[in-house]
Design a protein around this ligand. Structure first.
Ligand code: ADP
Ligand code: TRP
Length: 321
């Protein structure tokens, strides 16, 4: 199955991103033909300045490689290294009605949040359709907010195919329904916008411990049994544990011999250990940036080859000489 994931780079990654998006993506590599790119043309629609966009793009590349995107299995590139999508974006624009774009929730939400309405923001779904269709994508794993964009892609592709024959594959979206929302240190949904996140790549164990110490817990005094049910430290720790380990931790909570401080320390150890290999890889890639660029080049060449073939068919169909 050909699967495409597009990532908007938006700064430091946290544990919610890891369990909610990155880990499932890395797992997809095993039984699929995975194509993954950093959507920097898309990020341009909302980016603050050039430095931030450049830094975030490269950070995301390094973070995803470190966390387990395997360039031998997965085609991995930066969107702007496959400029063919911009040509397709223009051609698809002819098959995209104004009404379809005006109904896009994501556009309306962004404008409601005060982001300036401009044409790039408005036509964002057409570029996303081009990303998907140019590679004959079959499945697109997305968060709920992006389902409509995949539906719009099908709509645009159908219009095109009705006029010119079966040029485009109709993609399906895939949402991980049962995915729990991971809470931050204040118990609300972990998000970089709420200043409640625990980042994957903390500078030091000490800083990670400080962050874990800020997790809000109840005020049961030391010596009394603690309730793990609803305890945010327990919930976060259990992300890293199997069933046996979870029940051991539950016993520790019930024993009354340990306090929240102990469990915060334990959580810190779990997080630090889980990302040990990723931290080492990340340090390696930061020191060997040429290797990162080679990986991206290799991915871009492969993606461009597929895109070129598709564009030949598309140009021919619509009459662009
Ligand atoms: P943030 O809320 O920090 O800005 P994003 O909106 O950039 O995060 O999310 C990137 C990806 O990470 C999305 O696929 C989203 O579903 C996932 N994700 C973000 N926060 C969480 C969370 N708290 N729990 C589970 N998944 C999350
Ligand atoms: N719009 C997606 C997001 O914000 C990113 C994206 C761009 C994408 N192009 C894509 C995702 C193509 C999947 C396929 O998350």
């Amino acid at each position: 199955m050909r699967v495409l994931t597009g990532i908007q780079a938006s700064g430091k990654l946290h544990i919610g991103n890891y369990f909610g998006a990155m880990k499932p993506m890395v797992e997809l590599q095993e039984d699929n033909e995975l194509f993954t790119f950093i959507a920097n043309y898309h990020s341009l629609t909302t980016s603050k300045d050039s430095k931030t966009l450049r830094d975030y793009t490269l950070d995301a590349v390094i973070d995803y490689l470190s966390i387990g995107i395997n360039p031998e299995k997965t085609t991995f590139w930066v969107q702007s290294d496959m400029p063919q999508v911009l040509e397709l974006y223009w051609i698809l624009s002819k098959f995209t009605s104004m009404g379809l774009l005006e109904r896009a929730h994501s556009y309306k939400d962004k404008v409601a949040k005060g982001i300036n309405a401009n044409h790039a923001l408005f036509s964002y779904p057409v570029l996303m359709a081009a990303d998907i269709l140019i590679l004959d994508t079959q499945k697109v794993p997305v968060g709920k907010d992006q389902i409509q964009h995949v539906e719009m892609t099908r709509d645009i592709a159908t219009k095109f195919n009705n006029e010119y024959g079966e040029i485009f594959t109709l993609p399906e979206h895939q949402v991980t329904e049962d995915l729990a929302t991971i809470s931050g240190i204040d118990g609300q949904k972990m998000s970089k916008s709420y200043d409640n996140a625990i980042d994957i790549f903390m500078e030091s164990e000490k800083k990670l411990q400080k962050r874990c110490n800020k997790i809000i817990s109840s005020s049961t005094p030391l010596g009394e049994p603690l309730d793990y049910d609803g305890c945010n430290i327990y919930n976060l720790a259990s992300l890293f544990l199997d069933e046996n380990q979870k029940s051991e931790l539950q016993d520790r909570y019930s024993s009354g011999k340990e306090g929240y401080g102990h469990f915060k320390k334990y959580l810190k150890e779990l997080i630090w250990e889980e990302f040990e290999e990723a931290r080492e890889k990340r340090a390696y890639y930061i020191d060997n940036i040429d290797e990162v660029k080679d990986i991206l080049n290799m991915g871009a060449v492969k993606a461009r080859n597929i895109a070129d073939k598709k564009m030949t068919a598309v140009r021919d169909a619509v009459g662009i000489i």
